[in-house]
Design a protein around this ligand. Structure first.
Ligand code: AHG
Ligand code: MN
Ligand code: MN
Ligand code: MN
Length: 334
């Protein structure tokens, strides 16, 4: 059978299910092309002169890597001329980026983490790009941050690229999760898996154990049980993985199951977690739920959270449904 390219897949989704229109199809294709460029820049490593620190700080207070800034620029330049977007927002920009007046505007908002896991880039560990697509609210001609403050359940599409041993694009349009592998010779993303499903049970957890003393009681209890050895019908030896690139950890969970936690901790009550809601938690939660998993703050479904700020942080507990539900139960009782 002929390999199915991303372009063909999107066209067939448009014809068969009317899930997307020409503008959204262009948006996804443009973002995928930008991810190809980012993959090439990353692949050059030190030969591309793009490793190390950019010497600047982003709104998160993080020192930006050169590739954080480069990836952000690649995504901006790829998207601003297409006429499909009303504005863009990013981890690496304080405020939304307006579409220059010389270009037409479209109905969509794109919010993204241009390089996720950037602390790993200088040590050659997998990193990624995460993106989320929203509709621009009716009647908003000059979208500001307020236009982006929509619950994750309003997303029309979400995806990520993982730059690992091979480069993958994982995408949901709201009708299942599909995986495309970059064919470097052709320069095309080729459909490699459709309708990914996360196993409801797992024996693998992902959390940064060095923060244990800061966790709240329900997470202490849950992880304590896994480390001590579960008993009864759930008795099994749990394994632990922590890549410190959300994209890599979530892709593993999507592929073979698992539970990923970056919980809120007691260090800073102003920060209810490390991960950002709009361009990390929401797109990943949309994808995980579309693959039959669950995504919770511990207290509520992440996709139901009403954002109050563009760079708002949130607690993230996502993956195999039965384990996420157990942690949520512990948040009710402890
Ligand atoms: P980013 O590189 O986009 O700032 O995101 C990094 C995030 C996420 O990718 C990962 O899960 C988490 O930071 C790792 O945090 P720790 O380094 O505290 O483990
Ligand atoms: Mn960062
Ligand atoms: Mn990130
Ligand atoms: Mn980032």
């Amino acid at each position: 059978m002929q390999p199915v390219s991303l372009t063909r897949f999107l066209l067939e989704e448009q014809r068969a299910k009317g899930l997307i229109n020409a503008d959204l199809r262009l948006l996804i294709e443009v973002v995928s092309r930008a991810c190809k460029s980012i993959s090439i820049a990353i692949g050059k490593g030190s030969l591309g002169g793009a490793l190390g620190s950019a010497g600047s700080e982003n709104v998160q207070g993080e020192v930006q890597k050169k590739l954080d800034v480069l990836s952000n620029e690649i995504l901006l330049e790829a998207n601003e001329w297409g006429g499909h977007l009303a504005a863009l927002a990013s981890e690496e920009m304080d405020d939304p980026h307006p579409i220059p007046h010389r270009y037409p505007k479209g109905e969509y908002l794109l919010v993204f983490d241009p390089l996720d896991g950037s602390s790993n880039i200088d040590v050659n560990i997998s990193v990624g790009t995460i993106f989320s697509v929203l509709r621009c609210p009716d009647g908003v001609s000059e979208p500001d941050a307020q236009a982006f403050l929509q619950p994750g359940a309003k997303q029309v599409a979400a995806g990520y690229a993982v730059y690992g041993p091979n480069t993958l694009l994982v995408l949901t349009l709201g009708d299942g999760v599909h995986v495309f592998t970059l064919d470097r010779e052709m320069g095309s993303f080729i459909l490699s898996q459709q309708n990914l499903r996360i196993p409801e049970e797992t024996s693998e957890f992902a959390i940064n154990m060095s923060n244990q003393r800061h966790w709240e009681a329900p997470v202490q209890r849950y992880i304590g049980e896994l480390v001590a050895g579960t008993t009864g019908p759930r008795a099994r030896d749990f394994n632990m993985r922590w890549v410190a690139s959300m994209v890599a950890d979530v892709h593993r969970v999507l592929t073979r199951g698992g539970i990923f936690l970056y919980p809120r901790d007691t260090r800073d009550s102003s920060k209810p977690g490390k991960l950002r809601l709009l361009y990390e938690a929401n797109p990943m939660s949309f994808i995980v739920e579309q693959a039959g998993g669950a995504a919770s703050t511990g207290h509520q479904r992440i996709l139901d959270v009403q954002p109050a700020a563009l760079h708002e942080r949130i607690a993230v507990i996502l993956g195999s449904k039965n384990e996420v539900e157990r942690v949520s139960e512990y948040h009710k009782t402890v």
